[in-house]
Design a protein around this ligand. Structure first.
Ligand code: HEC
Length: 423
């Protein structure tokens, strides 16, 4: 459920790529110059794979040099041709464009595959791009503050672990504006998800969500999700005196495991004109019949005031099959934002609209999910049973999160951000 309005730009800057160097990849292949690792493939892999395929990141092996890319070439050819890598699940040609679209163009795929088929020449080492220097193993770069769970939690080898909640005080004496944040599991083997809620002391009595979604949502980690990186001028607020509530979902591994996860933030270092928050269209009342292979569930939310929508994070569990978001305007016009025909629970992606969409009061966000509860779904834990809403992964969820700024907040968020933390 992470999102970053301009993560591509941030990532590209971090990778030290220039647009012209990158465009050269395509030009070269078009003019039949032999494709080499040094010239083209190294740059392609840097731009499309290295963010995950390097030490300390989520992919199980690194692709940061010639030897590694060559060693994995057979599998690389297969996964790029069938578009399993880079992972990206939005349907092409439907809905809006997304700024963080990870997919490669057909030309890029062709370049990579021709190089593999052509015997994988290294080429002239002088053509190699600069190695990327990572300033930190946090995706957001060096954080201003890192919070830690107040204690280590031990997950027993077997059994069901209900969501665990922990609270950390921020000790902030004034409102803080956060432009980037990142949750990091202490033990990725057992941490299934982390959701960070912000509890504002002024909202005493407000019920904290005990299920995903709900009030105070700030940031989340789930397999495949990225750090939250907002564009300059946009930030999320952590109010003075707020506490952080950690909702931890652990899945036992068969061994005793301990976890102490972390949550890192970066403060805004310029003026803020856009306050970003999260809301959702949610349906908790469905029941998916046993063996149904295309069960439809809908949820909607009507905007009580105007808003600008930045990004979308669909959420279902193992039976999730397809998901779409559409806007229905007050005049009846419908605009499809996102369609995912091949939802993958393993990738909790946030889809960042390349162009944020402004909606007037009275617009409705309509989300439609389809679930496959049949035995044809290889991830289905219990095809013979009907399933309802529930926290655990073998139960189901139907949430269309979206990240937005409300029109009135755009005017109100004029606070001067702090450069430094106060802890
Ligand atoms: C957003 C992160 C991410 C990016 C970007 C990414 N990968 Fe992966 N890759 C993973 C993860 C995680 C796995 C292991 C789990 C899986 O297979 O889904 C993986 C697995 C693989 C595998 C093993 C295949 C398999 O069946 O598990 C190959 C080969 C691969 N990636 C190649 C690539 C190539 C080539 C690129 C760039 C063109 C790339 N990946 C980009 C995260 C990423």
């Amino acid at each position: 459920m992470k999102f970053s309005i301009l993560s591509l730009r941030v990532a590209a800057a971090g990778l030290g790529l220039t647009v012209s160097a990158y465009a050269g990849v395509v030009d070269q292949s078009a003019t039949n110059t032999p494709i080499t690792y040094a010239k083209q493939v190294s740059r392609l892999v840097q731009a499309n794979c290295e963010s995950c395929h390097r030490p300390g990141q989520i992919a199980p092996f690194s692709l940061t040099n010639y030897r590694q890319v060559k060693a994995w070439s057979k599998m690389i050819k297969e996964v790029v041709q069938n578009k399993r890598m880079p992972p990206w699940h939005a349907d092409k040609g439907v809905g809006h464009a997304f700024g963080n679209d990870r997919s490669m163009t057909d030309e890029e795929i062709e370049t990579l595959v021709s190089w593999i088929d052509g015997g994988m020449p290294l080429g002239d080492e002088a053509d190699l791009p600069e190695k990327i220097q990572y300033s930190s193993d946090w995706r957001i770069g060096e954080p201003d503050m890192v919070f830690e769970m107040p204690e280590e939690y031990v997950v027993e080898p077997i059994g069901v672990v209900p969501y665990q909640y922990f609270t950390t005080e921020t000790n902030f004496t004034e409102d803080k504006w956060i432009t980037m944040s990142e949750c990091r599991p202490g033990n990725a083997k057992v941490v299934h998800h982390i959701i960070i809620f912000v509890r504002d002391p002024k909202d005493s009595g407000a019920s904290l969500a005990t299920s995903e979604g709900g009030q105070g949502f700030f940031d989340a980690y789930a397999p495949g999700s990225e750090a939250m990186m907002l564009k300059p001028g946009s930030a999320r607020k952590i109010p003075a005196g707020a506490s952080l509530v950690w909702q931890m979902h652990y899945s036992p591994t068969g061994k005793r495991e301990a976890d102490r996860s972390q949550f890192a933030i970066k403060f805004a270092d310029g003026p803020i004109d856009t306050q970003v928050t999260t809301t959702e269209a949610i349906n908790t009342g469905f029941e998916i019949p046993a063996r149904a292979n295309n069960h439809r569930v809908e949820a909607e939310l009507t905007f009580s005031k105007g808003a600008t929508i930045f990004s979308l994070s669909p959420h279902m569990h193992y039976r999730g099959k397809a998901f779409e978001y559409s806007l229905v305007y007050p005049d009846g016009r419908e605009d499809k934002l996102l369609q995912i025909s091949n939802y993958d629970f393993g990738w909790q992606t946030t889809y960042e609209l390349a162009e944020p969409v402004h909606v007037p009061t009275g617009t409705t966000m309509k989300c439609v999910a389809h679930f496959d509860n049949s035995e044809a779904n290889p991830y289905n834990p219990q095809p013979g049973k009907s399933v309802r809403w529930g926290d655990q992964t073998w139960e189901e969820m139907m949430i269309g999160f979206f990240h937005l700024s409300w029109d009135k907040d755009a005017q109100q968020a004029k606070a001067q951000p702090e450069a430094e933390g106060t802890l």
